[in-house]
Design a protein around this ligand. Structure first.
Ligand SMILES: NC(=O)c1ccc[n+]([C@@H]2O[C@H](COP(=O)([O-])OP(=O)(O)OC[C@H]3O[C@@H](n4cnc5c(N)ncnc54)[C@H](O)[C@@H]3O)[C@@H](O)[C@H]2O)c1
Length: 329
């Protein structure tokens, strides 16, 4: 029987709809957005029912699962309501504005026995999966450098400290999560930064960070505001393992080219991928989790840990001091 899905929030939620639409065994049953023109357009396109609000959708639609694609301040209320009504949840990053919100969401999903998958699409992207699968052969990752700077964003919720938290929470969440996916939990963060590149929008918009991981890897990360959509829309990851150097580059949020060099042999290999967004894999993985065939590759604990890293970076910038990250078992 088809899995009946609903999508709440039709900004990036439109992308969720496109991906669900491509998958066999999925019926798009409902969409919700207070901007009714968005809802009606999507409902007509996919043969779904349009609602004006996510809670209304959860109360009235017959559904197995939802994508929650609204601004983060609404994630807790919607995700808890979805779980309590027995719906599986694909929740966009950042998980929520506070660690306590994250715990409430995880606990509600655990109690209800529903799947909770965090929208860390990079975990499904081929270049990162390749790195993850191969790096045991390459030795320990000693040092890494990442450049991940966002172009201008003009959405009020994005900058609100009690909602999106600015680019270091809203967007850099993808990098914090990917670093944890590759390197394990972080131990300590020291960052310098400010809001010179987005004056008046938030206290910490851009930062250069040094992050020490529990396993010993040290990462240098330049993130937040600073990019420019039309000019330098690029992302760069350099990882130095005992036996190999790896450099992954490409368009922002779609790195597609990996160059590796074995230290001993000095031989260089280049790899290139055509589809690197991670979106198709995210939705097919969610479906597989719902069917009990796979376990969520990005959990509520991962969502909370990425948020804690972003909060620590901002705290370090504000205080001028290194910040120890909480340890969770
Ligand atoms: N995974 C990714 O790469 C990615 C990309 C973009 C955005 N996001 C995340 O997705 C979320 C939404 O971001 P966006 O860029 O689409 O924002 P957006 O402002 O473009 O769209 C959000 C939509 O949600 C609607 N909405 C707000 N409250 C609602 C409610 N209670 N019920 C139904 N609809 C509601 C708004 O009217 C709006 O149309 C954020 O958490 C953001 O960080 C993730």
């Amino acid at each position: 029987m088809d899995v009946r899905v609903g999508v709440i929030g039709l900004g990036i939620g439109e992308r969720h709809l496109e991906e669900y639409h491509r998958l066999p065994g999925v019926t798009i049953a409902a969409v919700a957005d207070p901007r009714t023109e968005r809802g009606e357009r999507a409902a007509a396109r996919y043969g779904a029912v349009a609602y004006r609000d996510g809670l209304e959708l959860l109360q009235q639609a017959e559904l197995d699962a939802v994508s929650i694609c609204t601004p983060p301040a609404s994630h807790r209320e919607l995700a808890v309501a979805a779980a309590e009504s027995g719906r599986h949840v694909l929740l966009e990053k950042p998980m929520a504005p506070t660690p306590a919100d994250c715990d409430a969401i995880s606990e509600a999903c655990r109690r209800a026995g529903v799947v909770l998958l965090l929208g860390f699409k990079k975990r499904g992207a081929s270049p990162f999966r390749y790195l993850k699968e191969r790096q045991d052969d390459w030795g320990f990752p000693r040092v890494a450098q990442v450049r991940y700077q966002l172009g201008p964003v003009d959405k009020d919720w994005f900058w609100d400290e009690a909602d999106g938290g600015g680019p270091l929470i809203e967007n850099t969440a993808h990098v914090f999560d990917m670093l944890r996916y590759l390197l394990g939990d972080a131990e300590r963060v020291y960052a310098e930064g400010g809001s010179a590149l987005a004056p008046g929008r938030t206290t910490v918009a851009e930062a250069v960070c040094t992050i020490r991981f529990q396993a010993g890897t040290v990462v240098s990360l330049a993130a937040g505001a600073g990019g420019s959509w039309a000019y330098d829309q690029s992302e760069r990851w350099v990882l130095n393992y005992d036996g190999l150097n790896a450099e992954l580059v490409g368009p922002f949020d779609a790195v597609n080219s990996l160059r590796t060099m074995k230290r001993a042999a000095g031989t260089v290999e280049t790899r290139w991928w055509a589809e690197t967004s991670g979106w198709p894999e995210e939705m097919s993985h969610f479906l597989a989790c719902i069917r009990g065939e796979e376990q969520p590759r990005a959990t509520g604990a991962d969502g909370k840990a990425a948020l804690e890293m972003g909060l620590a970076v901002k705290q370090s910038v504000r205080t001028g001091l290194p910040v120890e990250l909480p340890r969770h078992q």
